[in-house]
Design a protein around this ligand. Structure first.
Ligand code: BEZ
Length: 397
């Protein structure tokens, strides 16, 4: 298949374009008149345990736009960005910087569920179009759902929902769940327990570590003493690397099988090395998905960034695809809010993860895969759940 970066752009042209945008447009433009460019604001973590996730999302988004010749609906694009540090205490200030100071047309953020809650508050107050390229906070497409808020990733309910049945089918009826203590981990646990108990399993202990701490030793000792059939977990980014390595170093890997939502082994397998072998997870993506869209995307990502793509890059990419589709349908008129929203609601995204559609609450309806780490790769074992839709509890849109 042809390279994904099209319009006659070479890799050098593409990177030069990205560099030019970074050099010119990322400066704050307080006081400047609004241009007719589409103004995109990235509110993402660029430091801390989720830094790699933020970078992958931005890379994926820029790659999708490069496929459109760097334009949206025929219009030039101007970028702004803020490092949200995955810090919920700074979330409303950071969202205000992007929305009220930089006056973006679209805010693309963020990774951390707690930070997303602050961002959504400002987006709802101002009516700014907000595209969530990762954070799974259930409320974003549940009780806080709004016409101008869309998610291109998952709800926290989704990835662990299929996991319970998988574990019971594998003969594990008594499990410990371990996670960071914040919305993403707590909601992943809640959803896991719902599915696990319905399938006949029982969560015998819930273990928590404050976010973003990575001191797991005492809890690993407790797991060894509890002797569950298996452990299920939610960790991501730098914390997931440390957890999987510590789990193996504590001698648990070959005694108590480790499971998780797929973030546990996503984008971090090189750093986890042999410690990750055999870990089983459920997620809406896997590197090795055998479809031509995924192969072309991964090749273009590697060529342009010198990195392997992961689920975060895919989510950023799909955010760009969604926006491009909507702007095309609205004839490039970002102020035509009704047309943009209608286009996003009806979008079908031909994604590297497989085709997905938007639910009524603005969350992807998508397949979830069961993966096992084999030879340093998240190998797809099965489709764990076809076209899984978040229940959107509390959404009255
Ligand atoms: C979250 O906070 O929603 C989240 C962060 C990283 C991976 C998955 C979910």
């Amino acid at each position: 298949m042809a390279r994904v970066v099209t319009n006659g752009q070479s890799r050098r042209d593409f990177l030069a374009g990205v560099g030019a945008l970074a050099g010119v447009s990322l400066l704050p433009l307080a006081g400047c008149a609004r241009s007719d460019k589409v103004r995109i604001g990235f509110m993402l973590p660029y430091t801390g345990t989720y830094a790699q996730l933020g970078v992958a999302i931005e890379n994926g988004f820029r790659l999708a736009l490069a496929e459109q010749g760097g334009r949206l609906g025929g219009r030039e694009v101007e970028y702004f960005k803020v490092d949200d540090e995955s810090n919920p205490a700074k979330a409303t200030d950071n969202a205000n910087k992007i929305i009220n100071r930089d006056k973006v047309d679209v805010i693309v953020g963020t990774v951390h569920s707690g930070v997303a809650m602050g961002m959504i508050k400002v987006a709802r107050e101002t009516g700014t179009l907000a595209l969530i390229p990762n954070a799974g906070a259930n409320a974003a497409t549940g009780e806080l759902c709004a016409p101008n808020v869309f998610r291109t990733s998952f709800s926290n309910w989704q990835p662990t929902h299929p996991l319970g049945k998988v574990m019971v089918d594998n003969g594990h009826r008594k499990a410990v769940f371990i996670t960071w203590k914040y919305a993403a981990g707590e909601q992943a646990l809640e959803s896991f327990a719902e599915g696990y108990e319905a399938a006949g399993g029982s969560v015998i202990k819930e273990l928590f570590v404050p976010f973003p701490n990575v001191e797991f030793q005492a809890l690993l000792t407790e797991i060894a003493a509890l002797k569950p059939d298996a452990v299920a977990s939610f960790f991501a980014g730098g914390g997931a690397v440390k957890f999987v390595k510590d789990y193996a170093a504590a001698g648990l890997k070959d005694k108590i099988p480790l499971y998780g939502s797929g973030f546990l082994t996503e984008g971090v397998l090189d750093a986890q090395g042999a410690a990750a072998e055999g870990v089983m997870t459920t997620l809406h993506y896997a590197d090795s998905l055998d479809n031509s869209r995924n192969k072309a995307f991964r090749a273009a990502y590697r060529e342009n960034y010198g990195l392997e793509a992961d689920v975060y890059a895919v989510q950023g990419y799909d955010t760009g695809l969604l926006l491009a589709q909507a702007l095309d349908k609205a004839g490039g008129d970002i102020s035509n809010r009704d047309a943009i929203i209608a286009a996003m609601e009806g979008a079908v995204i031909d994604s590297p993860r497989g085709r997905w559609t938007m639910s009524k609450a603005h969350n992807p309806i998508q397949d979830f895969y069961l993966r096992r780490v084999e030879n340093g790769d998240n190998k797809v074992i099965a489709v764990a759940w076809k076209a899984l839709e978040d229940p959107a509890r509390g959404c009255s849109m």
